[in-house]
Write a protein that binds this ligand. Sequence first.
Ligand code: NAP
Length: 138
Amino acid sequence: MNNLLHKYGNTALIAGASEGLGAAFAAYLGAAGINLVLVARREKTLEKFAADLRSSFNIDVDCICCDLADVNATDYLQEVIGKKEINLLVYNAALSHIGAFEKQSLESYMKTTQVNMITPMKLFHVFGEAMLTKEKEL
Ligand SMILES: NC(=O)c1ccc[n+]([C@@H]2O[C@H](COP(=O)([O-])OP(=O)(O)OC[C@H]3O[C@@H](n4cnc5c(N)ncnc54)[C@H](OP(=O)(O)O)[C@@H]3O)[C@@H](O)[C@H]2O)c1
């Protein structure tokens, strides 16, 4: 698993990390010695999970509470993360409505579009660009 550390680098950002697939990715990458920046809305759940990861794997884990449906989420994450280099990005948060299209409000579809499409596109644009620049320099 140390290949992951060698291949990707020190730090992974996981959006939607407090449970489910995102938490599984966090545990997997943490076990490989990769430091983590975890993003989700529920602070206590996220902090407890981060504490478990720190003690299990002796890694650095930062928590950022953020609603990825917020139109300013990417700017906020970029500001909080600052100069910390992100080497790997896992985006796991998503909304899915089941049922007739007309039963959901436009506001609900706008929120879904923000979480499922716009925020991940912006995050990959911001952090992916830095990853590609670094790769070219190596
Ligand atoms: N699990 C599967 O087998 C499976 C299979 C196919 C597709 N999927 C899809 O993959 C996605 C993730 O599945 P999952 O099972 O891992 O879901 P999950 O267990 O509900 O986990 C979702 C994670 O995303 C976070 N999150 C959700 N909305 C957020 C928001 N607006 N801002 C910030 N964080 C947010 C949640 O934390 P907070 O609530 O604390 O914010 C949680 O950590 C879902 O869309 C699901 O439909 C899952």
